[in-house]
Ligand binder design. Structure first.
Ligand SMILES: [Zn+2]
Length: 316
């Protein structure tokens, strides 16, 4: 059960059935079972139907005949096994446009029904149901990890996939490697009736969000919140409380949502991290969230920044 149904990627409906992962013959039987379902991804984009549901493939789908690395076992829904498979090596007949921040294209495969295609997960996150968005996020996250970790981080030899896609093992030195999740703090910083929002130069025009940054080794969540806010704006933060979290597979983050109370108001921007930051009143933020502010477009529905903003406005 998610903490908030308005947060995308947080309602994973499958039993991950981790006890089955080490049993390679059981996993192989499930892979061939006619009821088993495959989420097919191409270059990180899940295959979505015209009606914006996951276009599940069966084990005999022509998509699974394309060259692909070992499928990842996502878990069970009742008796039905679910897998993720990466067909990124496939080349569409019409080359796709270069990637945009919000990529709204649908890359089609000739074997699929009209309207079905590979869709960027940033675009699909609010089109899919909460449970299907969580499955897609898990699949994208674990497959992206395999893609960028083909070699052993200890000795450099090529490693192999084990445990139904949840480990890689090095045949040379024996090291075991596990899928990574990188913790990121994201914080709604308040001072009285105002909250601090900022924007990165790479974002679409007018987009503003809560400040955020990667945690460092040896850091507590609270210390990371205070350090990031100070580095980016020179605002000092006192009490910090945890609110909620969200997997964010772009490519491998876990967003840790916090509320921090500022002890100072003066802003000095770090121009490397932020293009702009300012204090916004609760009333103006409400207008922005309603789409009524011509200058600011706050974070999109489904994101944890939006959740933190809406919770604060509702004073929860
Ligand atoms: Zn090794």
């Amino acid at each position: 059960v998610p903490d908030s149904p308005s947060l995308a990627f947080t309602s994973y409906p499958l039993d991950r059935a981790g006890h089955l992962r080490a049993d390679s013959s059981a996993v192989a039987r499930l892979q061939d079972h006619p009821d088993s379902r495959y989420l097919v991804l191409w270059q990180g984009k899940p295959l979505i139907t015209a009606g914006n549901q996951i276009a599940w493939a069966g084990p005999d789908s022509p998509l699974l005949a394309l060259p692909h690395p070992p499928a990842v076992f996502l878990g069970l829904l009742g008796e039905v096994a679910h897998f993720a498979v990466d067909i990124s090596a496939w080349q569409p007949e019409i080359p796709p446009d270069p990637p945009a921040f919000f990529d709204l294209t649908r890359i089609t495969h000739p074997s699929q029904a009209e309207g079905t295609g590979f869709v960027d997960l940033r675009a699909a996150m609010t089109l899919l149901s909460p449970s299907e968005s969580a499955i897609a996020a898990t699949a994208k996250g674990v497959l992206a990890w395999h893609e960028i970790h083909p070699f052993c981080a200890r000795c450099g030899a090529a490693s192999g996939v084990t445990h139904a896609g949840w480990q890689r093992k090095c045949p040379s030195c024996g090291a075991e490697h596990f899928p990574r999740t990188d913790p990121v703090v994201i914080m709604l910083i308040t001072h009285g009736n105002d909250t601090l929002i900022g924007r990165n130069a790479a974002w679409p025009e007018g987009m503003y969000s809560c400040l955020a940054g990667f945690m460092e080794p040896g850091e507590t969540i609270e210390a990371a919140v205070r350090r990031e806010v100070f580095e980016e704006t020179r605002v000092t933060v006192g009490p910090v409380t945890y609110r909620s979290s969200q997997p964010w597979p772009f490519p491998a983050s876990l967003m840790i949502g916090c509320h921090g109370q500022a002890l100072s108001r003066d802003i000095t921007l770090d121009p490397v991290e932020l293009q702009d930051a300012f204090w916004i009143s609760r009333e103006r933020l409400m207008h922005g969230l309603a789409g009524l502010d011509s200058q600011i477009k706050p974070s999109r529905p489904g994101t944890i920044a939006r959740f933190l903003m809406e919770s604060w406005i509702a004073d929860r």
